[in-house]
Ligand binder design. Structure first.
Ligand code: NAD
Length: 355
């Protein structure tokens, strides 16, 4: 993308509190927003973290609802909304990754309650107005200003136990947002700066996290990078990469962050000829000679899965995957063709390097 000569920059209003130990600031932050009865949401796996947050906010808490699941099944969203009403909650507070935050957004969508987020992965969902709901195996998504968390508290100390493997794929998921922002039709000079710095921070921090998962400085740098990447995700239109991951996740139930990690170098290679400025920025952020090669090398260094086959996709699934990913037109710097997507997915299926 060439730097746009005309643009609209309209960042949504969101209060962000960042820093080691910032969990302790939560009661004062809630009070500042006039919130008195907050229902804490988490996945069952992060129940202990939810309890810790509930203990921290004391009388401001309306209980813990530890029922969040990946991709927000409608029945779970309805149950959480009912629980919030039953407890007289005036907000929901999602602690954890995109699954918990997604549940918070679903409650906001149906009830209008404000969302507060304490993110502990790098998904970036906390910075977007995008919601998702799954009904009978089909995921629908949309944008609604009501679901954007009004307050996001980033405490890197809450991420020290995020397993290194999850950190790696989640970090590559975040980098994918920034990569696509750099060639988005509605990117701005500001989103480009944030995207490049987000990639740089995550690419620097993730190898350090793999070497020392409880290093607070590396965790802080990664979380800061995730904030930048998530923020620009919320402000620009995604292209081929996100479309492919959505098709593979929705159509074949492949795991979200892992799928991003596998597809990203291939999507960058596909778009490279049509987006030289974006690729130059990505390469610079990675300290690599070229963007796609740099993303591939980073992913191998982080030890994430290299093939869609390793995630459960079969060669026989490819035609349907191509059909899903090309069913409707969308913005992308290089025209998306069935043949182009088929070749890309075939390489990704077998874990071949990007070309
Ligand atoms: P997730 O929330 O399921 O978390 C991934 C894993 O990390 C889980 O196993 C969880 O138990 C673990 N984990 C989380 N916090 C932890 C902690 N503090 N310590 C130890 N382990 C911890 O998944 P995710 O990758 O964060 O998010 C994926 C979901 O978010 C998908 O449903 C995706 O569609 C959605 N998403 C939405 C948006 C959006 O803008 N709406 C953006 C990105 C992702």
């Amino acid at each position: 993308m060439t730097t746009p000569l005309a643009f609209v920059h309209a960042p949504p209003v969101q209060r962000v509190v960042f820093g080691a130990g910032s969990l302790e600031r939560l009661p004062a932050e809630l009070e500042g927003m006039g919130l008195r009865r907050v229902l804490v949401l988490s996945t069952p796996g992060q129940r202990a973290l939810g309890e810790r947050v509930l203990a921290e906010i004391g009388a401001q808490g309306a209980g813990l609802h530890a029922e969040a699941r990946m991709h927000v099944p409608v029945a779970l969203a309805e149950a959480a909304t009912a629980r919030a009403a039953e407890r007289g909650a005036d907000a929901v507070l999602a602690v954890g990754g995109g699954s918990a935050i997604g549940l918070g957004k679903a409650v906001a969508l149906s009830s209008g309650l404000p969302v507060v987020a304490l993110p502990t992965t790098y998904s970036g969902s906390e910075n977007t107005t995008i919601w998702g709901l799954t009904r009978d195996g089909a995921k629908s998504t949309g944008r609604d200003a009501r679901v954007l968390p009004r307050l996001v508290v980033y405490d890197p100390l809450l991420t020290l136990d995020l397993p290194p493997g999850v950190s790696a794929v989640s970090g590559l998921n975040a980098i994918a947002h920034a990569v696509e922002v750099l060639y988005a039709p509605d990117g701005t000079p500001v989103t480009a700066l944030m995207a490049e710095e987000g990639i740089r921070a995550l690419a620097a921090a993730l190898p350090r996290i793999l070497a020392a998962p409880r290093d607070p400085a590396a965790r802080a740098e990664a979380l800061m990078g995730a904030w930048l990447c998530g923020t620009v995700l919320g402000q620009a239109t995604m292209g081929l990469h996100h479309k492919l991951c959505h098709a593979l996740g929705g159509g074949f139930d492949l795991p979200h962050a892992e799928t991003h990690a596998v597809i990203l170098p291939h999507a960058a290679a596909f778009n490279a000829p049509a987006a030289p400025e974006a690729m130059a920025r990505i390469a610079r952020a990675l300290g690599a000679p070229d963007a796609a090669g740099g993303l591939w090398t980073l992913a191998r260094r982080l030890g994430v899965p290299s093939s869609l086959a390793a995630l459960g996709l079969r060669a026989a699934d490819l035609p349907r995957a191509v059909a899903l990913a090309t069913a409707s037109p969308y913005a992308n710097p290089r025209p998306v063709t069935e043949a182009g997507v088929a070749a890309l997915l075939a390489r990704a299926l077998h874990g071949e390097p990007p070309v």
